[in-house]
Each structure stands twice: as C-alpha cells, then as structure tokens.
Design a protein around this ligand. Structure first.
Ligand SMILES: O=C(O)CCC(=O)C(=O)O
Ligand SMILES: [Fe+2]
Length: 358
C-alpha cells in the first residue's frame, strides 16, 4: 500500500488576465508536473457570497431526511447524468448530489423539493464554474501555443449538450454514526480515481481537509485546503475571500494532449489530524466536472509542445496506460475517425463501471 508523505506544495495561479502567456506557461508547467494547481480566488467571478450560499444549500440538502434524498438516488443505467449517491450503499463513506446542465437557470432533471427555491442560485453557480473553466482552458491553450479559443469554443454549452456536472459532496466525520462501522485508519471516504472530463474545479472549506493525490514517486500527498501562501509573496490566506479553487486535469484533456497534461489519481481520506482531533468536522466539497460538447472530435492538437512531448515519450518507450485509450489523440491512424468527447466518456465509464462511479 502506498505511503502517505508530506503535503504537496502546488502553485497558486491568478487567472484574472486570461491573455497572459506567462500565466499560460505556469499553468502548463503545473498541469504537466502535478496535474493539480490552485486558482487564486481573488481572480475569478465568484464572490464570497456565491460560495458561502452554495455550501449553505448543500449542507441543508444533506441534512434533509434520508427518505426524501433517496427518491433521487442514482440508477445504474443513466451513465454520467447521475443524481444522488447515498451512504451507506456506495462503498465509500460519502453522499453526492449531481446536477447535469442547467438551461436558462433551470435544471434538466428532477430537483428535490427542498432545493426548488435554490434552483436558480445553483444554476448560476454552475454557470460561473463554466466561465472559470473557459478562462482556464484559454490559458492552457496559450501555454500550449495554439489558438486561444481552441478548447474554449468546444466547451461552450450554448453550442450543444456537454457532459458537464456540478457535484455536491458530503463526507461525515469520524464521529458520525454513519461511519461507525468503518476502520478510520484504513478505510477511505472516496477511493482512488482520476476524473473523466477536461478539467475539474474543487471548492473546499477551511478546517475540512481530506484530499490526497498520488505523486510520481508513488506516495500519497495531502492537498492542504489553505495552501501555504508565504511562497507567493506578501499575502496570507486571510486575503482570500474563500480558499483557492483546486483545479485538476481530467482524462480527456490528458488524452487530448497525449499525456503531457497529467490526469492525476486522487482520493479522499480521514486525515490523521482529523482522527486525532477532539472535534473532527464533516467534510463538504463542491466539484465541477467540465466536459466538452458531446460531439467534439478529439483530433490531434496543432501544438508543437504536445508533438515534442509525444516524440520524447515514444523515443523513451514511455506509454502511460492511465491517460486514455489508444495512447492519445496524436496516435490517430491516417484515415481513422477521431473519438468524440461522448465516446471517450462512455469508454471511461465502461472501463470503470461496477468498480467506481466518480
Ligand atoms: O471531495 C473531494 O475532495 C474530491 C471529490 C472527487 O475527487 C470527485 O468527486 O471526483
Ligand atoms: Fe475526483
């Protein structure tokens, strides 16, 4: 079993200028090295209130009666467009509520009555998430030296359906009766996995740690909710309206860049600090899984940086099986049709189905 090492020190990137090539390069460096980075919460369109209210709604929802929530349980054959995952049946010690796309502030799926009054707010939050992802995708394109709307234009939900999902997550604390039967030192709250889409945004709460990423050395590294900001200059975490947004690269973007950008395996645990704490807290997080429009063809990227990476990996005989299927978009044989985004997602779901739903 992989060991847990020291916390990871990820860069905090300010995305307020989506046209700054220096920021684009910094983003590519972090995405290629760790597959994870923080986005400075001061350079986004989210206000303190947007994030507070979103967590408020989530907390209220998970506190609602089990019978009410269970009407929105995930059913096996709805693929990516899932709704609710409930304790204790999932194997992991968590509950999750998924929202598919919103249209004009309206969810395209049944919404529990307790959330009806919050529907427009949740839709607004999802649209801010998409906007933020588009900004990040522009910076990644800049860093890869391709046209800056290369990714952005195929992640525009007004042009067609996408697989994007907003997910609320709730992980009861080690003190909760819901987790009483689990061995807190060995069991996990969410098993090791990588995300399927292009990029994921993760919002976390102060004092509610638990995320770990698998490093290239094969050890688990805890990801602090409030990173050590001293390395970024004269600021400290009190200057952030809310903790930085954690961003990670998903399988699809890794496939599209022939593995240059890493889709890093991660999990959620009961951290030791929490197990020893006299006052362990429940963990709430909000994830936004950004996917391209379903029909997007994953054709090779016209990026010299990706081509050079591919040639280097081939010369070294490196093939990372985790990054996707068939090696990556650049291995498309002449005359063959490229995979579409929805085919890529289906193949990922099929490969892991029955093992884990992320
Ligand atoms: O809650 C978290 O920290 C991570 C959740 C996650 O990785 C996922 O839902 O894919
Ligand atoms: Fe994940």
């Amino acid at each position: 079993m992989a060991e847990v090492g020291p916390p990871i020190d990820l860069p905090i990137i300010n995305i307020s200028n989506p046209n700054d090539p220096v920021v684009g390069k910094a983003m590519i460096d972090a995405a290629a090295k760790y597959g994870f980075l923080y986005v400075d919460s001061r350079g986004t369109d989210f206000t303190y209130e947007d994030v507070e209210k979103a967590f408020g709604l989530s907390r209220e929802f998970f506190a609602s009666p089990f019978e009410e929530k269970s009407n929105y349980r995930i059913t096996p054959n709805v693929g990516a467009k899932l709704t609710l995952n409930l304790l204790p049946s999932t194997g992991d010690f968590k509950e999750a509520m998924n929202f598919g796309e919103f249209k004009d502030g309206k969810a395209q799926q049944p919404i529990p009555p307790s959330l009806a009054s919050g529907e427009a707010r949740i839709g607004h939050f999802a649209s801010l998430c998409n906007k933020t992802c588009v900004r990040i995708l522009k910076l990644l394109a800049l860093g890869l030296e391709i046209q800056n709307d290369w990714f952005a234009s195929c992640h525009d939900p007004t042009k067609g359906p996408t697989g994007s999902i907003l997910r609320w997550l709730y992980y009861p604390s080690v003190f909760s009766s819901a987790t009483a039967s689990y061995k807190h030192d060995v069991d996990v709250r969410a098993g090791a996995h990588s995300d399927y889409g292009s990029i994921t945004l993760l919002f976390q709460r102060p004092g509610q740690p638990g995320l770990e990423i698998l490093t290239s050395e094969g050890t688990w590294a805890p990801v602090p909710v409030q990173p050590n900001t001293s390395s970024t200059g004269d600021t400290d975490s009190a200057d952030f309206p809310f903790p930085p947004i954690l961003v990670n690269i998903g399988d699809l973007l890794s496939y599209w860049t022939d593995g240059l950008l890493k889709s890093t395996v991660h999990r959620v645990v009961f951290p030791l600090s929490e197990q020893r704490s006299p006052n362990p807290q429940d963990r709430y997080s909000i994830a936004y899984f950004c996917h391209p429009i379903d029909s997007t063809e994953l054709v090779p990227l016209p990026s010299k940086i990706v081509t050079a990476h591919r040639e280097r990996s081939e010369a070294n005989g490196i093939r990372d099986e985790r990054v996707g299927f068939g090696g990556g978009a650049g291995s498309l044989e002449p005359g063959k049709r490229a995979l579409t985004a929805s085919e890529h997602l289906e193949s990922r779901l099929a490969a892991t189905y029955g093992f884990k739903s992320v």
